[in-house]
Design a protein around this ligand. Structure first.
Ligand code: F0G
Length: 408
């Protein structure tokens, strides 16, 4: 195993807690894959779970685990017909222990912190990272410090971080401000940073790719998807999933890497902008906005890894409006029974847009990743749906309301 800079290739000692190189490049964990012995037959017999793939994970001892991963991959025939695409699957990451994909990364990140003898873990978060870090810190007996952008974090996520015992501070600024602050606090106070700039976190998240391949092998006629569509915020997840596919490709388990396709909210879309303009680096968005607060991020720290994933896999990047996001959220809920928070619905909204533009071929097999559960953001639900109608507790009143509803 190596810890390598993605910009200058410098190898770093594995005992380092730094997340970036002296040249400022992001670090990545790499393996000598010739040492790994994986058999497809054995793998599909074991139920999915993050630690099923431990030969490709950077932890050797007993992990801090809450049985994360093993999320469903749904074939979505009604949405297939509606979007006009050959095969559509949804990998519903909202079915993890805290209701988001972050748990896959946190089980590895907190296990690493435990190996290092860390007492306090910390993060800035739009919500889900904080909820996830809080439960794994609780399980490991560590302290957790969380900085949230004040007023822009969905209720369910704050509630989780509080109940699991994190110290939660609401910073009067956005996520990008909070991330800068927490990075400095970590380096000055020796706290362990668990944002997705931490390469151990991304190792856990790459298991989304492994699981998708193993689950598709059990669906008839399907193995490697042509395209995987991922909501993008701080840009760690799309980079991690790409890394997972690349490792399976290098191990000859799959014969191609899917086209990685990143979707951002239209007023928080620096990666989409850099992709469209062919820029090597993003230009940060100073005041990001979107109803999808999970991805309300203007200066994604993993942008270099994400742009590399999208470009090397011949993928795409697109942005969607709040209206398109909310429509996709409702359609996932009502056509397929998949309840997701707004940020997660960007993958379906992006699929529709890219089909309409002709970027996505109707013959493709597509996997949309939905990253967080519907119940994370109850306030968004109450804004999107008609509230319950009050009725008196008698049959006359009930029937009169029902007939009014039938007429309307
Ligand atoms: N979807 C959801 C539900 C998220 O919570 C996030 C990120 C993303 C997508 C984007 O993933 O950052 O890896 O590109 N949430 C982070 C947080 C920023 O603090 O919870 P990414």
């Amino acid at each position: 195993m190596n810890l390598e800079c993605i910009e200058c290739g410098k190898k770093h000692d594995l005992s380092t807690v730094a997340n970036t190189c002296s040249c400022d490049g992001l670090l990545e964990i790499s393996y000598d894959l010739s040492e790994v012995n994986f058999s497809l037959k054995d793998r599909t017999a074991i139920p999915p779970h993050v630690w099923k793939y431990r030969e490709l994970l950077p932890i050797s001892g007993v992990p801090v685990s809450l049985m994360e991963g093993g999320t469903p991959l749904y074939r979505c025939k009604r949405l297939e017909a509606e979007c006009g695409v050959k095969e559509l699957y949804v990998k519903h990451e909202g079915m993890n222990p805290t209701g988001s994909f972050k748990d896959r990364g946190m089980t590895v990140g907190v296990s690493r912190a435990a190996e290092l003898g860390i007492k306090t873990v910390a993060c800035a978060s739009t919500g889900n990272t904080s909820a996830s870090m809080a439960i794994y810190a609780a399980k490991a007996g560590m302290k957790a410090l969380v900085l949230l952008p004040s007023g822009y974090v969905a209720l369910g996520k704050v509630a989780q971080a509080l109940m699991h015992g994190a110290t939660v501070l609401a910073v009067k600024g956005n996520f990008d401000d909070a991330l800068l602050l927490i990075q400095r606090v970590c380096s000055e106070k020796g706290f362990y940073l668990l944002n997705s700039v931490n390469p151990y976190r991304l190792e856990g998240q790459k298991t989304i790719a492994f699981e998708t391949i193993d689950q598709l092998a059990t669906h008839k006629n399907a193995n490697v998807p042509d395209r995987v569509i991922v909501p993008v915020g701080n840009a760690g997840n799309i980079s991690a999933i790409y890394k997972g596919f690349k490792e399976f490709h290098e191990l000859d388990i799959i014969n191609k890497v899917p086209m990685m396709t990143g979707i951002q909210a239209s007023r928080s879309a620096p990666i989409v902008d850099a992709f469209r303009r062919g820029l090597a680096q993003i230009e940060p968005v100073a005041e990001p906005q979107t109803v999808a607060t999970a991805i309300r991020i203007g200066n994604p720290i993993n942008a270099p890894k994400a742009l590399r994933a999208i470009r090397q896999s011949n993928g795409a990047a697109e942005s969607v409006t709040d209206q398109e996001i909310l429509k996709a959220q409702k359609d996932l809920a009502r056509l397929e029974g998949i309840g997701v928070e707004p940020a997660s619905a960007t993958s379906l909204a992006g699929l529709r847009k890219l089909i309409a533009q002709g970027t996505i071929d109707r013959d493709e097999t597509v996997v949309c990743v939905t990253t967080g559960h519907l119940l994370k953001d109850p306030e968004a639900i109450m804004k999107a749906c008609r509230p319950p109608i009050e009725v008196d507790a008698n049959f006359d009143a009930l029937y009169s309301t029902l007939s009014e509803l039938e007429r309307s």
